[in-house]
Design a binder for this molecule. Sequence first.
Ligand SMILES: NC(=O)c1ccc[n+]([C@@H]2O[C@H](COP(=O)([O-])OP(=O)(O)OC[C@H]3O[C@@H](n4cnc5c(N)ncnc54)[C@H](OP(=O)(O)O)[C@@H]3O)[C@@H](O)[C@H]2O)c1
Length: 230
Amino acid sequence: MKAAIVQKAGQPPVYADFADPIAAPGERLITVTAAAISQITRARASGTHYSSTGAFPFVPGIDGVGRCEDRSRVYFVLPRAPHGGMAEQTVVPKARCLALPDDLDDVTAAAIANPGLSSWAALRERAHLRAGDTVLVNGATGTSGRLAVQIAKHLGAAKVIATGRNAATLQSLTALGADAVIPLVGDGEALEERFKPHFAGGVDVVLDYLWGASAERLLMAAAKAGAEAG
Ligand SMILES: NC(=O)c1ccc[n+]([C@@H]2O[C@H](COP(=O)([O-])OP(=O)(O)OC[C@H]3O[C@@H](n4cnc5c(N)ncnc54)[C@H](OP(=O)(O)O)[C@@H]3O)[C@@H](O)[C@H]2O)c1
């Protein structure tokens, strides 16, 4: 079969022949129709992700959508290495295949799963978001951040505050549900001053996609707003 293949560390994938996958007991053989170029797939392909194994060659792509041998349509995650999503076929343990609703197309399902889960799992499982909470998404202009704004609203957040450095994209988030936006521009102190009134008004959950300088200022603004409130 044809596949994208990473042959050595640091080399871009090549389009070439790869051994046909054979499903073992408990696995599904999947004919792939869509696979996402997510951050984790890119990091694994370049060998820089903490879960990179260092074993070559392999097919990149941690997830995707396809048809099983019984023609059922599934989203799959974590195929059995060296197989991956970016191939004509792949093999995946049955427990990591999920039936898809008819009104969700293959490409959208493949594209939203990993970035969408980053906020869905964080807000529901970690932060235990409650209806009426205020959520601040730091770095909301990327795929994950844009989904996070929408998912926070979907899960009942009363107010979502979005930050980003791209002014046009940041402004477009208001149409997706953001109630306030904070541009990540200027020096650190100016940024801290911009964060402060939001924390003084109360922020229940911060979802941070950036770390670094903006997260540092965000933490300082939160601490100072809390101290000033007594
Ligand atoms: N744990 C998980 O399950 C999980 C899942 C998905 C993603 N993630 C992580 O979440 C992060 C975002 O992923 P993504 O899929 O949203 O990537 P993406 O679509 O490439 O978006 C990245 C965004 O970050 C912005 N950005 C980068 N550096 C910035 C900086 N210094 N200041 C302000 N904005 C900055 C970019 O802004 P510009 O547009 O202005 O360049 C872009 O909008 C990555 O670290 C990824 O690994 C984790």
